[in-house]
Design a protein around this ligand. Structure first.
Ligand code: TRP
Length: 446
């Protein structure tokens, strides 16, 4: 059984909040402990450049996110659990170019993020591409390179990212089709049971709504924020709805099933909002306080985090990304010229197709000329290798065709008199044809 490789990327464009913790960090750290899996977690700092053009912010966010994941219990061991920074692996950028050269532009036109920008511009009467960078447009290709460089099987993502994984599959498939089987086709894994947290105003917790609770806000700030969560105006003593209550949903994301049931009962009994908020605050703080302490210790030593990330990146490159990229360079033809002999060069010239002869199966085509006579020709791709004289009877042509298929280059001497065209490559082609026929026969009988 092969180990499942699971890959998670985190864009370094902000400060982690409780929504990130519940929706991504907590489940991913738990998953990293599953046996028989190899887990890749990386800081997508090249992706961050698409959105954030403030260098200090990119740096700060990278530190905060790295420290958050470590504080929440990620234990990189450079074997089962990898933790690195995207920009430390230049092979990702190089692979991005290889994929760029096969990615359909039309497919990228349909990417959600790009399309949303175009739709917004169009609605506002602007040029469709107003303010759109090529970076935003190419986002899915860079993301595909992140995934394919480690041949990840599974990518846990939110619904908004499924399309990106489908694109990565598309690029991988095209590449494999052109250059041979190099990539695993990755699958999106959507965690159905992971909660999407509401923010302070009840909408989904998100930086773009400015309604977040920072994961490692100091205790007092956490309390203040929780007390600012929007509730309805029901007074203490009045029964309250759990349905649609952001407070309740937040509580549920941090509490056991029993505690959640107890809170539900308290709602029905008319708990006051102040008391409910106090309970929520305590529940969250109990879980977060030890992690916060760990976080504070980590973030006080940025050089240690830097070292761990570099070490992860260096080892991942050496063991995986570099040898794999060398293989891909070879596959696309970025090759060592000195390995090409003069004979290869000449043969390639004759073959014109560039693929090694062994990979091609020539074809025999039978046809009738305007004079009513029956011919056949041996084709290698577009090239006519040999062409028969005309036969009055299609059966006579058929007998020769059958012999060519069966006997390969063995019939050359005899067949010469029948030919109008003869080139040296014909023998090779006939051999390839015979071998292909043999293989077909074996397949049928086996
Ligand atoms: N696009 C992802 C997000 O915004 C981040 C990301 C970048 C990613 N590269 C990835 C996620 C590769 C999974 C795999 O959340």
């Amino acid at each position: 059984m092969t180990t499942t490789r699971i890959l998670t990327g985190i864009t370094t464009s902000g400060t982690p909040h409780l929504g990130n913790y519940v929706g991504a960090i907590r489940p991913a750290v738990a998953a990293s402990r599953t046996p028989d899996s190899q887990n890749f977690y990386f800081l997508a700092d090249l992706h961050a450049l698409i959105k954030v053009q403030d260098p200090a912010k990119v740096q700060r966010s990278t530190l905060e996110i790295a420290a958050s994941w470590l504080a929440c219990g990620l234990e990189p061991d450079n074997d089962r659990v990898w933790f690195y920074r995207q920009s430390d692996i230049p092979e990702i950028s190089e692979l991005t170019w290889f994929l760029t050269c096969i990615a359909g532009k039309g497919l990228l036109n349909r990417a959600h993020a790009y399309k949303a920008a175009v739709d917004r511009n169009t609605a506002e009467g602007q040029d469709p591409d107003f303010g759109v960078t090529a970076g935003l447009f190419m986002y899915p290709v860079l993301m595909a390179a992140d995934i394919l460089i480690f041949n990840a099987h599974q990518v846990p993502v939110g619904r908004d990212q499924i399309q990106h994984i489908e694109m990565a599959r598309d690029f991988a498939q095209r590449f494999n089709h052109l250059y041979g089987d190099h990539f695993v086709l990755p699958e999106a894994r959507v965690e159905e049971h992971v909660a999407t947290l509401p923010g302070l105003d009840g909408r989904k917790m998100s930086k773009s709504y400015d309604n977040t609770i920072p994961l490692f806000a100091p205790r007092e700030q956490l309390k203040k924020l929780i007390f600012s969560i929007v509730t309805d105006s029901r007074a203490p003593g009045e029964a309250k709805d759990t349905e649609g209550s952001a407070l309740f949903q937040l509580y549920q994301a941090f509490a056991s099933a029993e505690d959640t049931a107890a809170m539900r009962a308290a709602y029905a009994e008319g708990i006051g909002w102040g008391d409910a908020k106090q309970r929520l605050f305590e529940r969250i703080d109990t879980e977060i306080a030890p992690l916060r302490e760990h976080y504070e210790a980590l973030i006080a030593k940025p050089a240690d985090i830097e070292e761990r990330l570099r070490e992860g990146g260096r080892t991942a490159r050496e063991r995986m990304a570099m040898p794999f990229l060398a293989q891909l360079r070879e596959a696309v033809g970025l090759r060592d010229l000195s390995q090409l002999t003069i004979v290869d060069v000449r043969q390639d010239h004759e073959n014109r197709l560039g693929k090694p002869a062994a990979q091609r199966v020539p074809a025999i085509k039978q046809y009738r000329e305007t004079d009513g006579r029956f011919h056949f020709k041996l084709m290698d791709g577009e090239h006519v290798l040999l062409q028969s004289i005309g036969f009055d009877n299609p059966k006579d042509a058929g007998v020769w065709v059958a012999r060519l298929r069966r006997e390969g280059a063995g019939v050359m001497d005899e067949v010469r008199g029948l030919l109008e065209v003869s080139v040296p490559a014909v023998e090779d082609a006939l051999e390839a044809l015979r071998l292909a026929e043999e293989a077909k026969a074996v397949e049928k009988s086996g």
